[in-house]
Design a protein around this ligand. Structure first.
Ligand code: BGC
Length: 760
């Protein structure tokens, strides 16, 4: 991107000046131009001056492309007031140019809202959201979103389609990469952090972007982990699991929501009035606007929910989709629908008001053009924050014999694997604007920062993750001669996760499994680093490796982050934001499940030990897989560090609480290891008997705690009893009295617990 000053596009001179007079607007009726007036008055005043066509135009969002034809087409449409928002605007020059057309050449001078998918960074790419969730660090995540907003807004983008807060319990679904994992509480905390980061402290600041909570709702429960598939989420599960992160976004002031692609129990999300209007506006009091996902209003015809696009426009609009992304059914049919009495003028006015309100709140009428400097991208501060996020998102899954950190005695290492130097893939999915030239890989970082002292031999063995050509494996095995350790970076290319990129098999692709196997036979200490968009079924590779670091796709600064972790400048502190299955057949597998009638107890007989011709009931009748037991490879919340953390002395301040109380729970946390390290202490509860069954464990708090070797501290959680509320048999949210258990520990499989009661 270049200087935007003085360029002339579409007949508009870009000078940086702000002109608020549209061609026709003027006089005392122009109260809406007066920034000192309350937003609602401005909305009302502007609305009263708009024609029906201009109103319908505000409901229309279009995707832009580059070139002279686009400039001509979009200038024409915007000047007529036919477009309320643009996405995919090629760059800052186009953004300012289109804005100038809206301000100077449309009748009322209503700014267009320029939007984009800025998901985990704009230019400086942060770890994928699933990796960010693994930090369990809301401050780091909020800062990442803030930096994304600062960089993106410098190119005129004032609305991002993030955060993606779909609870996802099926790693086959490629979009699990884009969210915060399986847990309601963790996702809700991250939801708030991201909304705050994107929107900033002052919405009118030219660095603020409106956030968009997506995909509303239930999309992550896509049947069989295949994208765009149906979901079947009953209302109670919807309210207890899928809705809370969205409600939290609303409480954090999120300005927009996006209706999702899925149909839930037969009703497509973009036609679901119960969710889009009754819950979002009626129950939560939301007063921003809802945008459809790309073409999802028109696609209600594909679902078989509408006979044609006109009916789709009617059902989408009446359900509560204010702005339609791309499919154009509103612009084509709204007038007709109004004439036929199938939509009402009052509803059109309400939707337009919702959109105008957001534009006023963002200060777009006062500051429509880019005013922030262009050179904020890739600033040292941004790169340092991206590195910190990548350090904190890496999860140490295994570390036998303290293989990591590599000691100062290590003088020669072999770096191998297709992701050791994969500039593009390291950035992960949903990266429209990151540049691979700016990515620092592990190879770069090792050479730059450690190459002086250590002899680094690089033999990738495979060209890319799906590469099946095994010829390079022998080269890698040959190269181990004389090395002190081997680092193998394997996983998935970024194209294997994200939208529409689902998998039925979660094993390492290509010949990567064979590479790890061959390396494990060399007898050298083997450190496996996995970069991926989802948890993979890597039990065999975990068994074969001495140490395993899971970094998801770590972004621009993934290389330096990993190098510092490997050599012990930093200790790993990430925790799994999603359960890692042993085998894909276990999916969906998540910790916060209901107990079921006959839970497994660990004494189950597995496939190879089953006697021949045993009696039907000889194995006992519990809930497990003969070939995979009942547990995962790694539970939710799991992750090691270079310290050794022990929990003891759990205590609560009362035995019995009343509903207005706050539970004070404490435990002693000790680092009995040799390294200073950070632990994510976690609080879980179980409600033992309810009007409906409750999960066996639910995360209700977490805290990052750093301790030096030998140091102990008391971790304290204050949990309001109101946080135990759920939607029970009468579909009302409340705390049900009875017996509970509370755990404090380092992952969802923790054992240190204490009982308590909630009184009537
Ligand atoms: C995705 C959304 C995205 C939109 C706009 C859709 O295909 O589902 O997440 O925001 O495209 O790019």
């Amino acid at each position: 991107m270049n200087s935007i000053t003085g360029l002339m596009l579409a007949g508009a001179v870009l000078t940086g000046s702000v002109m608020l007079t549209g061609c026709g607007g003027s006089g005392s009726s122009d109260l809406y131009k007066d920034a000192t007036q309350p937003v609602e008055k401005r909305v009302e005043n502007l609305l009263s001056q708009m024609t029906l066509d201009e109103k319908i135009g505000q409901l229309n969002q279009r995707s832009m492309w580059g070139g002279d034809d686009a400039l001509a087409i979009f200038s024409e449409e915007i000047s007529k007031g036919n477009i309320g928002s643009l996405l995919n605007v090629p760059d800052a020059v186009y953004a300012d140019s289109m804005q100038r057309v809206a301000i100077e050449r449309s009748r009322l001078g209503i700014p267009v809202l320029i939007s984009r998918d800025v998901i985990h960074g704009y230019k400086t790419i942060f770890p994928i959201p699933l990796g960010q969730a693994a930090t369990f660090d809301t401050a780091v995540v909020e800062k990442g979103a803030r930096i994304a907003a600062v960089e993106a807004s410098s190119d005129g983008i004032r609305w991002t389609f993030a955060p993606m807060i779909d609870i996802a319990r099926d790693p086959r679904w490629g979009r699990i990469a884009e969210g915060c994992g399986e847990d309601v509480y963790l996702t809700s905390r991250m939801s708030r952090a991201m909304v705050k980061g994107f929107q900033g402290d002052d919405l009118t600041s030219s660095t603020s972007m409106a956030a968009c909570a997506k995909h509303f709702v239930g999309y992550g429960a896509s049947e069989s982990g295949r994208d765009y598939n149906s979901t079947f989420i009953p209302e109670r599960l919807l309210r207890n699991v899928y809705l809370p992160p969205f409600e939290e976004a609303c409480k954090a002031g999120c300005l927009t929501y996006m209706s999702s692609f899925n149909d839930n129990d037969g009703v497509p999300a973009s036609g679901n009035k119960f969710v889009l209007t009754d819950i979002l506006r009626g129950e939560w009091g939301f007063n921003g606007f809802v945008v459809s996902d790309w073409a999802s209003v028109g696609e209600m015809v594909n679902h078989g929910f509408c006979a044609d696009r006109k009916e789709a426009a009617m059902k989408g609009f009446n359900a509560g989709v204010d702005m339609e992304m791309e499919s154009g059914t509103y612009i084509a049919h709204m007038k007709e629908l109004l004439d036929e009495g199938k939509v009402s003028q009052a509803d059109i006015d309400r939707s337009v008001a919702n959109i105008l309100r957001v534009k006023f709140m963002l200060g777009l009428f006062e500051n429509p053009y880019i005013t922030t400097p262009q050179d904020v991208k890739y600033s040292d501060e941004h790169l340092a924050a991206a590195k910190e996020a990548a350090v904190k998102s890496a999860i140490l899954l295994k570390n036998d014999n303290e293989t990591l950190p590599l000691s100062s005695g290590v003088k020669r290492i072999l770096l191998t694997g297709p992701l050791a130097d994969a500039r593009h893939d390291q950035m992960g999915t949903w990266v429209f604007d990151g540049e691979k030239e700016k990515t620092v890989t592990l190879l770069d970082a090792l050479r730059n920062e450690y190459g002086g002292d250590i002899n680094i031999i690089y033999e990738p063995a495979l060209g890319y993750s799906r590469d099946k050509n095994e010829a390079g494996i022998a080269r890698a095995v040959n190269a181990v001669r004389g090395v002190d350790a081997v680092i193998a970076v394997v996983g998935e290319e970024s194209i294997l996760s994200g939208e529409a990129h689902c998998l039925a098999d979660l094993n390492l692709v290509g010949a990567q499994g064979k590479l790890i196997e061959a390396l494990s036979h060399t007898g050298k200490p083997l450190v496996t680093v996995v970069m991926a968009g989802r948890p993979l079924t890597i039990k065999k590779q975990v068994d074969e490796s001495d140490a395993v670091l899971y970094s998801f796709h770590p972004g621009t600064m993934g290389g330096p982050a990993l190098a510092d972790l490997i050599f012990g400048k930093e200790s790993p502190s990430g925790k799994t934001p999603v359960t890692f299955p042993l085998a894909v057949g276990q999916v969906p597998i998540y910790y916060s499940k209901n107990a079921g009638s006959r839970p497994a107890n660990g004494t189950e007989t597995l496939l190879n030990d089953i006697p021949q011709e045993g009696g039907q009931t000889s194995l006992g009748n519990t809930s497990y897989w003969l070939d995979a037991g009942f547990g995962p490879l790694f539970p939710f919340g799991y992750g090691l560090s270079y310290g050794q953390f022990d929990y003891s002395d759990i205590a609560i301040d009362k035995d019995t609480y009343s509903k207005g109380d706050c539970i004070k729970a404490t435990a002693t946390l000790t680092n009995s290891g040799k390294h200073k390290a950070t632990e994510v202490a976690q609080l879980y509860i179980r409600d033992h008997a309810g009007s409906v069954t409750r999960p066996v464990k639910e995360l209700k708090g977490f805290e990052r705690v750093t301790l030096s070797p030998g140091e102990s501290t008391t971790v304290t959680f204050n949990l309001p009893v109101s946080e135990l509320a759920f939607y029970g048999s009468d579909m009302a949210k409340k705390v049900e009295p009875g017996d509970f258990t509370l755990w404090i520990g380092g992952n969802s499989d923790c054992k240190l617990s204490t009982p308590f009661k909630v009184a009537n």
